[in-house]
Ligand binder design. Structure first.
Ligand code: HEC
Length: 127
């Protein structure tokens, strides 16, 4: 249990250190990555889910880096992400499979809009 706490602390500090001078959407995305990494650790330790991340609703309105182009399906990608995330909080589902579905909704949008972080995101798929 201790190692989970240290893992989470390290991830959080890394997030804070890398979060200056970027768009509100990019900052939110880093929180989303932290969430996913932390949740993966918790699943592996069979520990309870984090509190539902209500702040991720800001994905709809947070300003994107000027000049970055969003896809015509942007709203649909957001919807898919939010749906799979809510389902993840339904205790009846297979937690690991549903977590991977959430991570796949990140990857699907990124393939169209922002390929850079795909590898980093993919590392969170649980085999
Ligand atoms: C609806 C599309 C979409 C979804 C879904 C999405 N992203 Fe993103 N993501 C973006 C866009 C667009 C950017 C670029 C933001 C900017 O530069 O303002 C981005 C940027 C990022 C970044 C780089 C942030 C930085 O430092 O510049 C990371 C990391 C990231 N996303 C992780 C994730 C994770 C993890 C998920 C799922 C939990 C996710 N994203 C879901 C569209 C999406």
């Amino acid at each position: 249990m201790k190692s989970v706490v240290y893992g989470i602390l390290i991830i959080s500090f890394a997030t804070i250190l890398s979060s200056s001078d970027s768009s509100p959407l990019a900052k939110l995305m880093r929180q989303m990555l932290t969430f996913v990494k932390t949740e993966k650790l918790l699943i592996e330790k069979n520990a309870p889910r984090q509190k539902f991340p209500k702040q991720f609703a800001l994905i709809k309105t947070a300003k994107v880096t000027p000049g970055k182009k969003l896809s015509t399906d942007h709203a649909q990608y957001i919807q898919n992400f939010q749906t799979e995330l809510s389902t993840y909080y339904n205790k009846e589902v297979n937690r690991k499979e549903q977590f991977n579905k959430v991570v796949n909704t990140c990857i699907n949008c990124h393939q169209r809009e922002c390929p850079g972080p795909i590898q980093t995101i993919e590392q969170n798929i649980i085999k």
